[in-house]
Ligand binder design. Structure first.
Ligand code: F6P
Length: 319
């Protein structure tokens, strides 16, 4: 393979730039030409791209977001969109693409691979909700942001003897809520994967009040939502003044952590090496602390579940 391209797709995640850098540097080192495609699959369909070299990725390893910009492209799912993307590849002589993103982006990569453009998916999303991998680029930075911001919320909760109900991102998954909740010592963690009973939340708070604790943090995954109403109910039932906070997009930004930079760099390098060997239609993944790769079709069939043990322990130590 002589010419490849890289794009970022779906919600941006800290560490995507470190991955782009690794992809570009590896391609250059192996003597390949590399295009950076702007705005995900939109840029591919619209031929919006530029040639990258060693210096175009200087000083981006520490930057959040993605220098290539990102998008969720509905048009790419249509036959016309796919056709336009293939024509761009033919015109530019692009023989393979590294796609950094989530499951939706991998479906696009699978479809392109089926049409003769080998693609390698690299998992990039703060949600860590990609079934084939234990870890996704951006998850660690996001968890650290959640920890730092909720620590601040706890300061004021403590001063006012309040309960704060905090909503964290994660789409329909509770990975951020679970690990973020453990990291901030939440009294209760509410995730879509586990049924919850308001009566149990109330009972736990009342029991804890008896031990002398006066302030609480409850972490709720966005897949549950309704934090304002939840806060109101908790206040009514416990008599503890309650506030609710939605952390929102603050969770998606910021300079990536060491873990995100390192994993993004290793995965980006591996993706290019697969393409160089003429291998496409694969997803890079982390399994049991090892970097592996799976067939995209298989990867998209896999299932992932919340860590039950972590969930159990979180409840055991939160009182
Ligand atoms: O997938 C990342 C994510 O931040 C989710 O946690 C959240 O549900 C969604 O993207 C928000 O999307 P948008 O930035 O389009 O509002």
């Amino acid at each position: 393979m002589k010419t490849i391209a890289v794009l970022t797709s779906g919600g941006d995640a800290p560490g995507m730039n470190a991955c782009i850098r690794a992809v570009v540097r590896t391609a250059c080192e192996k003597g390949m030409n590399i295009y950076g495609i702007n705005r995900g699959y939109n840029g591919l369909m619209e031929d919006d791209m530029f040639e990258m070299d060693l210096r175009t990725v200087s000083d981006i390893i520490d930057r959040g977001g993605t220098v290539l910009h990102s998008a969720r492209s509905l048009n790419f799912k249509t036959e016309e969109g796919m056709q336009a993307a293939i024509e761009t590849c033919q015109r530019r002589g692009i023989e393979g693409i590294v796609v950094i993103g989530g499951d939706g982006s991998f479906r696009g990569a699978r479809d392109l691979s089926l049409r003769g453009i080998p693609c390698i998916g690299v998992p990039g999303t703060i949600d860590n909700d990609i079934a084939c991998t234990d870890y996704t680029i951006g998850f660690d930075t996001c968890l650290n942001t959640i920890m730092q911001t909720v620590d601040r919320v706890r300061d004021t909760s403590e001063s006012h003897d309040r309960c704060t109900v905090v909503e964290v991102m994660g789409r329909s998954a509770g990975y951020l809520a679970l690990e973020g909740g453990i990291a901030v010592g939440a009294t209760y963690i509410i995730v879509p994967e586990k049924p919850y009973d308001l009566a149990d939340v109330i009972a736990r708070m009342k029991k804890t009040l008896k031990t002398g604790k006066r302030h609480f943090v409850i972490v709720v995954a966005e897949g549950i939502g309704g934090v304002a109403n939840l806060a109101k109910r908790i206040e009514e039932e416990t008599g503890v003044e309650c506030r609710s906070t939605i952390l929102g997009h603050i969770q998606r930004g910021g300079s990536p952590t060491v873990r995100d930079r390192v994993m993004a760099s290793i995965m980006g390098n591996k993706a290019v090496k697969l393409l160089m060997d003429g291998i496409g239609n694969r997803v890079i993944a982390v399994k049991d602390d090892k970097i592996v790769d799976y067939d995209i079709f298989e990867a998209l069939q896999m299932k992932k579940s919340l860590n039950d043990e972590y969930y159990q322990i979180a409840h055991e130590i939160s009182i």
